[in-house]
Design a protein around this ligand. Structure first.
Ligand SMILES: C[S@@+](CC[C@H](N)C(=O)[O-])C[C@H]1O[C@@H](n2cnc3c(N)ncnc32)[C@H](O)[C@@H]1O
Length: 238
């Protein structure tokens, strides 16, 4: 039997109008829709963004990908997700997998496709790109990402501040993602390095609770915990 096609659709960072026409069209054509979420009791952000483009008879399959650093726990969830998707495409049915932002930038979709290719060699996969969170953040903050020959470095916030220090020394623009609880530490580091006034913070771009902050000192006075869905953009001035 011929396998169904897996469509990986980037739904953009939050505003449903930032989902592409192609993403919406492909989603309309799929009965089986797989959506990622971080906890079984939470909703899927990607589904909330794309909800208006679902067809009436869409069958939603929720896949839990916990936010964990435990590689054993993560690989169990990835394997379960791959089984669920392969049960559908293995029967010849097409399926969509929705993902926040772009599917090929720090997304569980990457692991999913890798596992599926092992299980179902020859599976057709079509990836529909999405607007990344950093593009939306830059637009909200009117922050040019790169000009002329400037380099642009994306760093998934690491606890290793040396990585950020080296990037700052290297010049260009830094895009810091996955900050979460590390935010204050990273902001302190950027201040010590002398770049605080060249940085902006954007949280929950296009979602409820959106925040765009050019004065990073204010973040320290903020009561609520740093949002996982947040980005720092830093110009080094070189
Ligand atoms: C797992 S990565 C997903 C990246 C996504 N695939 C993309 O193309 O932007 C999650 C990180 O993306 C960023 N992010 C995603 N959505 C965001 C939003 N609406 N506002 C701000 N940052 C967001 C945050 O840095 C978050 O920690």
């Amino acid at each position: 039997m011929k396998f169904g096609v897996l469509y990986g659709i980037g739904v953009g960072p939050g505003d449903p109008e930032l989902m592409t026409l192609k993403g919406a069209r492909v989603l309309q054509g799929c009965h089986h829709v797989f959506v990622p979420k971080a906890r079984s009791e939470n909703g899927s952000i990607a589904l909330a963004i794309a909800g208006r483009y679902l067809r009436a008879d869409s069958l939603i399959h929720e896949l839990v990908f916990p936010m964990s650093d435990d590689s054993g726990e993560l690989s169990q969830h990835w394997a379960q997700a791959a089984r669920s998707v392969s049960d559908v495409v293995g029967m010849g049915e097409d399926a969509c997998f929705l993902t926040l932002g772009d599917p090929l930038l720090y997304s569980t979709y990457i692991y999913l496709v890798r596992s599926l290719r092992e299980k179902l060699p020859g599976l057709d996969v079509v990836t529909v790109p999405g607007i990344t969170a950093f593009s939306a953040a830059a637009a909200l903050a009117e922050f040019p990402i790169g000009e002329g020959r400037q380099r642009v470095v994306i760093i998934p916030a690491s606890d290793d501040l040396d990585v950020i220090g080296e990037a700052l020394a290297g010049g260009g623009t830094l895009i810091l993602m996955k900050l979460g609880r590390r935010l204050n530490k990273v902001v302190d580091f950027i201040e010590q390095a002398g770049f605080l006034d060249r940085a902006v913070y954007v949280a929950r771009a296009g979602l409820d609770g959106q925040q765009v902050e050019a004065d990073l000192r204010k973040l320290r006075r903020q009561e609520q915990a740093a949002d996982y869905l947040s980005i720092l953009l830093v110009h080094t001035g070189v």
